[in-house]
Design a protein around this ligand. Structure first.
Ligand code: PEP
Ligand code: MN
Length: 401
């Protein structure tokens, strides 16, 4: 039985290795992960990136309210479709150029980046110089001419997985963009069509792990188009982070009941902010970070101060836990080897990189950490001295009898 399982896994690995046409999207011994830096935001770094906004851009007010909510939630990227590839030709097809202006303006107001979907050469031409990221939707994943055009531009591309595409087909679609000259591809799992009718699609979270096993490209998850219903978005988002996603693309609308498209799967602004406030712990549990200014009713001086007090308490709590661990480590060290400068350098480098990614002055880390190290070393020395004394104690007490 066990042998059969091992063989099955072996076959899977072989199938992965057969994806040998992933000359650029595939892992190499030097390149296991890649991150994409776009106007101050890094996708595929330590930080989880939240992108949100309505399915379709409808009005200037709708986009301004959405941008405000994304900002409040700690999101970095505003979404909104201006060209909608709809299943029915009679459904709303998007506001085009007018909608693009609303999207760009709203993002600018809140200092957010923005992303919109393109469906053909003309729409790509229209948006390319106005948005920060371009989306190629599930229905166009194998529109090879569009993929080649996306490969000719200097903007990151979010490539959604097709409704019925295998992971291999999805990665080969990414390879088209890379092979045409654009190295900035972000994969997006958004649910696949299965026999299960209780959700719009089935979110394939194993695809995150599989894509990352085979490819170095960042992977984000869109739980909205997978579920098709807002009650599942929170849990699926958290599950996506736990599964290794680098970011989330979530539909949110100031008034979902009035949305021209995908209202039932759109979160309300309150739900969006609430979810964002809950992402941090999940991110931390998988060694990632989500930075969110927190959920507040309004930015009053008191509420902001209450939040700062809470954070300070957490910082001291974490420092106390760190110190306890440092003491435990001290028990295993030789007294003459307590200070480990190489380890300190390595920690410092990692934290300086993280601070830079999170736009925190690295000077702050450079000043605080030497103190933390120094107190750590002192406490390890004390631990070791006390331990040695304890070991010697029985000898003395036996001798004095
Ligand atoms: C969208 O993001 O608005 C969209 C149409 O998504 P998908 O291509 O995944 O259906
Ligand atoms: Mn949608």
């Amino acid at each position: 039985m066990q042998r059969k399982e091992t063989r099955k896994l072996g076959n899977l690995r072989e199938a992965m290795l057969r994806m040998k046409d992933l000359k650029l999207a595939g892992l190499t011994s030097e390149k296991k992960t890649s991150s994409i830096e776009v106007n101050g935001v890094t996708i595929g770094g330590k930080e989880i990136i939240l992108m949100g906004g309505p399915c379709a851009v409808e009005s200037s007010a709708q986009m301004s309210q959405s941008a405000e909510t994304v900002k409040k939630a700690g999101g970095k990227i505003l979404r909104g479709g201006v060209f909608k590839p709809r299943t029915s030709p009679y459904s709303f097809q998007g506001l085009g150029r007018e909608g693009l202006n609303y999207l760009v303006q709203a993002a600018k107001e809140q200092d957010l980046l923005c992303v919109t979907e393109v469906i053909d050469a003309q729409s790509l031409d229209l948006v390319v110089n106005n948005v920060d990221i371009i989306q190629i939707g599930a229905r166009n994943m194998q529109n090879f001419e569009l993929l080649k055009l996306a490969g000719k531009i200097d903007k990151p591309i979010i490539l959604k997985r097709g409704l019925s595409a295998t992971i291999e087909e999805w990665l080969l679609a990414a390879e088209y963009i890379l092979a045409a000259g654009n190295p900035q591809v972000i994969l997006c799992e958004r649910g696949i069509r299965t026999f299960e009718p209780s959700t719009r699609n089935t979110l394939d979270l194993s695809a995150v792990g599989v894509a990352k096993e085979v490819s170095h490209l960042p992977v984000i998850v869109d739980p909205s188009h997978a579920a098709g219903r807002r009650d599942l978005i929170s849990s699926l988002s958290k599950a996506a982070l736990a599964a290794g996603a680098d970011g989330l693309l979530i539909e949110m609308h100031p008034n979902p009941a009035e949305a021209v498209s995908d209202g039932p799967q759109s979160l309300t602004p309150e739900q969006f902010v609430q979810l964002a406030g809950e992402l941090g712990v999940v991110a931390n549990s998988v060694d990632r970070v989500y930075v969110c200014a927190g959920q507040r009713d309004s930015d009053t001086l008191e509420s902001l101060r209450a939040e700062i007090n809470n954070l300070d308490q957490n910082i001291i709590g974490q420092l106390a836990t760190r110190m306890q661990l440092v003491r435990k480590i001290g028990e295993q060290k030789r007294l003459d080897r307590v200070k480990d400068s190489n380890r300190e350098k390595e920690i410092m480098q990692r934290l300086v990189d993280l601070a830079e990614e999170l736009q925190l002055p690295s000077e702050l880390v450079k000043r605080i950490y030497p103190l933390i190290f120094e107190f750590g070393v002192q406490s390890q020395i004390k631990t070791r001295v006390a331990q040695d004394r304890d070991i010697e104690q029985p000898f003395f007490s036996a001798g004095s009898k």
